[in-house]
Write a protein that binds this ligand. Structure first.
Ligand SMILES: Nc1ncnc2c1ncn2[C@@H]1O[C@H](COP(=O)(O)OP(=O)(O)OP(=O)(O)O)[C@@H](O)[C@H]1O
Length: 116
């Protein structure tokens, strides 16, 4: 294994995370993440429930980053208005929405019985 190459790739990934953190949508997700973690601590979750919540949060952040990457590639490919550019961006945004909605449903299944 080439350790130098691995460390370089890791630094590129960290740089990608920093660039994503500059995006407004990603910052909203980070605020939501802090809120969800705080509520989870206050509510008290089992080990399995914590694993599910962490997977949902990480999945949401990762999907948001993939969405941003797709937006950039589309902008790089064309500055023109094009139906395929619109479809690519809207489908990527739709994927984030699907995951967000599923996350809300799963969060309700976990939290609501504990609160009521
Ligand atoms: N080159 C393009 N051709 C056609 N439609 C586009 C193009 N670029 C963006 N759009 C559409 O315009 C709308 C806004 O796109 P925009 O890139 O501003 O995304 P956004 O949702 O505002 O995200 P962000 O602010 O993170 O860039 C979306 O419906 C998108 O599909």
């Amino acid at each position: 294994m080439n350790v130098t190459k691995f460390i370089r790739s890791f630094r590129y990934a960290l740089s990608g995370m920093k660039q994503a953190a500059a995006e407004q949508n990603f910052r909203v997700d980070l605020v939501a993440t802090i809120l969800v973690l705080a509520v989870s601590f206050l509510t008290g979750l089992s080990a399995l429930e914590w694993c599910i919540i962490i997977l949902l949060i990480a999945g949401m952040l990762a999907l948001e980053m993939v969405n941003s990457a797709i937006e950039r590639v589309v902008d790089l490919a064309t500055q023109d208005i094009h139906p395929l550019a619109k479809a690519a961006k809207d489908i990527a945004a739709g994927a984030v929405l699907v995951y967000a909605l599923a996350s809300v449903v799963i969060a309700c299944i976990i939290f609501l019985p504990k609160w009521f």
